[in-house]
Design a protein around this ligand. Structure first.
Ligand code: ATP
Ligand code: MG
Length: 425
């Protein structure tokens, strides 16, 4: 019997874990500058948190890991995305009563979607996302987009495109839906089976279909911009003007509708232009949602905006552009134990070094001098601390600087000072 990780999942360990930590440290840090707090919600929720009535998205209809335990009637779903859980928590914890709106939160962690695995598309993948809840203003939209743009620039992703669109308010969208229905009606038989369902539930989503994307009739489909009312148009124009002010480059993509049904007004995606990304080139995506807070029982008319980035995809894109984001750092010191009788003495020194903030390691296998030296090389140690019977007897250690290859005997009580000055150089 052999055990294997489920399809579409991956383990992150060793050298790669450093890339993840470097990425997440930058993400956290920039979110702090923008005054976002972290929120952690459960990785499963009641199914109705994600499965909202009449939602036509693939994610909700086909991709969710939903389960009921044998002795329970409660249907639970492993989160496929972060926004719904955050909004549920915002309402449940009455965060909307906060006098300082919007409430701004970021989250990170695994999401589960039953998709066909391929490069950049997993069944368990990690998202980092933000939500700004409770205040509807173009400034909030642009602050959110600026945060996304700053993050991607800071991690070093340069070859990107910001695509933006508006879905307008309810009234504009209703007008657009009717127009789309009228337009697609004569092509109904040519639509894929998913789009036939979308035609009934939410014809906007047909524009996002990967199967029907190249059908000739898609090109002439009506454009959202011709159905926006005055308020929606003005809102979007302010968003664009503010993006110009901040010198954030963007492209208006009037076919951009996003994969979920709850979006209103501003929607956006940031796409990596690197050829290696293939079809999985969208690194970050989000938008405003007017109806979600009230869906969860929060105040009517309260709106939110957010985005999420796929951490795996971002790391693939970064690697394609610049190589790995970070690597495992070398050790400050490797403690080489040369005699079994000095092992405890060496172990004490190792512990002392760590207490003073040095990253170090010691041979635990009782290996030969030569093979310990190979370990020193593999672990890219700056120094080797050699300890044998003689050093123990004299209460000393021998420190070999691996850059200069110089070796010196140091009294134990001077070791930390000695290393401090050595590392400063
Ligand atoms: P796609 O069109 O690629 O299926 P989506 O619209 O379903 O994306 P969102 O729900 O907006 O994606 O999720 C935000 C981001 O999360 C995506 O832009 C992507 O970077 C990442 N993401 C989504 N699904 C997956 C997945 N199955 N595997 C890896 N990353 C994913
Ligand atoms: Mg998807």
């Amino acid at each position: 019997m052999s055990y294997q990780i489920p399809r579409g999942c991956q383990d992150i360990f060793g050298d790669r874990s450093y890339q993840w930590q470097a990425l997440e440290n930058i993400l956290r840090h920039i979110c702090e500058l923008y005054n976002y707090d972290e929120i952690r919600t459960p990785i499963f929720e009641h199914t109705n948190v994600f499965k909202r009535e009449n939602d036509s998205s693939d994610m909700v209809n086909k991709e969710m890991y939903t389960f009921t335990l044998p002795n329970s009637k409660t249907s639970l779903t492993i989160r496929p995305e972060g926004t719904a859980g955050v909004v549920r928590s915002f309402v449940e914890n009455k965060m909307y009563a906060n006098p300082d709106l919007p409430v701004k939160m970021y989250y990170m962690g695994p999401m589960a979607r039953h998709e066909r695995p391929q490069k950049g598309r997993l069944r368990i993948f990690n998202q980092f996302g933000v939500e700004a809840l409770g205040e509807k203003s173009p400034y909030v939209d642009v602050e959110t987009i600026a945060l996304a743009y700053t993050i991607l620039s800071t991690v070093g992703l340069k070859d990107i495109k910001v695509c933006i669109n508006t879905l307008g308010d309810d009234a504009s969208r209703a007008a657009y839906r009717s127009a789309l229905k009228a337009y697609f009606k004569p092509h109904y038989d040519e639509l894929c089976s998913d789009c036939k369902r979308r035609y009934e539930q939410n014809p906007l989503r047909i524009l996002d279909c990967k199967v029907d994307h190249d059908q000739p009739f898609m090109q002439q489909a009506p454009s959202m911009k011709d159905y926006l009312n005055k308020e929606s148009k003005a809102y979007f124009q302010t968003v664009l003007d503010l993006l110009d002010t901040l010198e954030i480059p963007y492209e208006i993509d009037d076919k951009l509708v996003r994969g979920l049904d709850y979006y209103t007004h501003t929607v956006f995606e940031i796409v990596s232009m690197n050829k290696e990304m293939g079809a999985q080139s969208t690194v970050l995506a989000g938008g405003r949602y007017d109806g979600l807070i009230s869906y969860f029982g929060g105040p009517k008319e309260m709106s939110g905006i957010g985005w999420a980035l796929g951490e795996e995809r971002l790391l693939i894109a970064l690697e394609a552009e610049n190589g790995p984001l970070a690597q495992k750092p070398g050790l400050d010191a490797y403690v080489m134990c040369l005699d079994e009788s000095a092992r405890t003495y060496a172990f004490e020194i190792l512990t002392q070094l760590r207490a003073y903030g040095y990253r170090c390691e010691m041979d635990m296998q009782g290996r030969s001098f030569k093979s310990q030296f190979k370990a020193v090389d593999r672990m890219k140690a700056k120094t080797a601390i050699l300890i044998g019977e003689t050093e123990k007897a004299a209460n000393q250690v021998a420190v070999k600087n691996l850059e200069t290859r110089k070796q010196e005997s140091i009294d134990r009580e001077d070791l930390i000072n000695y290393l401090d000055s050595l590392m400063e150089d």
